[in-house]
Design a protein around this ligand. Structure first.
Ligand SMILES: [Zn+2]
Ligand SMILES: [Zn+2]
Length: 336
């Protein structure tokens, strides 16, 4: 099965947490946190359309300059999502440089500050030398980005300061039934990507497990190797399966409220990227520093029934006994 999301973990669990998610056949990538990103090749950074930042502690944000450097001449905008102070922090970064030579560059950066009540927005354009332009706020909603192929949800949590957890979800996944395709005398090609996109844009997969048009029904047609065909004539070459869900959670205070919200938010993830910063024996330290412990991370993964748990952020104090951290996670995840 061709998956839509292809993720790459940038650093090991003692480095800055960062995950790059490439979208199949889209020449587009999403970046979760932007700490030390020196291991991401320049041409990969160029494809990043959206950056999701949990919070702006330096280990999650220091690489932002490098992204700007890479995309400066790009036509496609860059979107940045983060907690309430993200607009100030992006502005602060931009103000750290001199921009007298960029006014004919097309780049715009749109920034979304997610709070409990609203999503505040601002824009920075190279053509205006990255002066801040405030945009109207949006009402708070769980879905912060809705695209034909996927959506991204955000949850505000606490790390002493506000921190955002994210998940990226595909509503449903479309596979191509090769036998049926061959039966129609058709071949695999880029047109199938177009077909999948059109279906996702105009059809939802309902609880009856059928594709049902979203909103008003229009008879849709598309160009295929056999000429123009109605979209619905092509439904027998697709097979629908459950969409994938990937969650990203870093730097969360070990409070009951956070944990309750998290379990609900990351429920049934195919993959959960999560910190396990301290060992349970150092729970006092974890409370002081507003981080999860390995035992709590294991418990969250268990209660949320996630398929795969990837630990990304461990305190350097355990560098010589990382195995203990992984063991504690596994123990709490798999014990009854
Ligand atoms: Zn932090
Ligand atoms: Zn951190």
């Amino acid at each position: 099965m061709a998956r839509l999301f292809h993720y790459k973990i940038i650093n090991d669990a003692f480095g800055d947490p960062c995950v790059l998610v490439r979208l199949l056949r889209e020449r587009r990538a999403l970046l979760f946190d932007v700490g030390d990103i020196r291991k991401i090749p320049f041409n990969e950074i160029l494809k990043v359309s959206d950056i999701f930042i949990t919070h702006t502690h330096i280990d999650h944000f220091i690489g932002f300059d490098q992204v700007i450097r890479a995309v400066l001449r790009r036509t496609e905008p860059l979107r940045v999502y983060g907690p309430e102070n993200i607009i100030d922090n992006v502005y602060g970064k931009l103000r750290g440089y001199t921009w007298n030579l960029v006014s004919d560059y097309p780049l715009t950066i749109e920034v979304f500050a997610i709070t409990e009540k609203k999503i505040h927005r601002a824009k920075f354009s190279a053509s205006r030398r990255f002066k801040i332009e405030k945009l109207p706020s949006l009402p708070k909603q769980e879905i912060i980005l809705q695209e034909p192929l996927f959506k991204v949800k955000a949850q505000v949590l606490s790390h002493g300061i506000p921190v955002i957890a994210y998940c990226i979800e595909e509503d449903y996944h479309i596979n191509i039934n090769k036998t049926a395709l061959e039966g129609k005398g058709m071949e695999i090609g880029p047109w199938l990507g177009e077909l999948k996109k059109l279906i996702k844009l105009h059809y939802e997969y309902d609880s009856q497990k059928i594709l049902k048009p979203k909103g008003q029904f229009h008879e849709l047609k598309m160009n295929t190797p056999k000429g123009e065909m109605r979209l619905e004539e092509l439904f027998d070459i697709v097979k629908i399966t459950k969409g994938e869900k990937i969650s990203y959670v870093m730097d969360v205070a070990p409070t009951e409220e956070n944990i309750k919200k998290l379990i609900k938010f990351v429920k049934n993830s195919d993959i959960l990227f999560c910190e396990a910063y301290f060992l349970n024996k150092d729970i006092e330290r974890a409370r002081e520093r507003n981080h999860l412990t390995a035992a709590l991370t294991g418990e969250i993964a268990k209660n949320a029934e996630v398929d795969e748990l990837v630990i990304l952020h461990i305190s350097p104090k355990y560098i010589d006994n990382a195995q203990e951290v992984y063991k504690e996670v596994e123990l709490s995840r798999f014990q009854d």
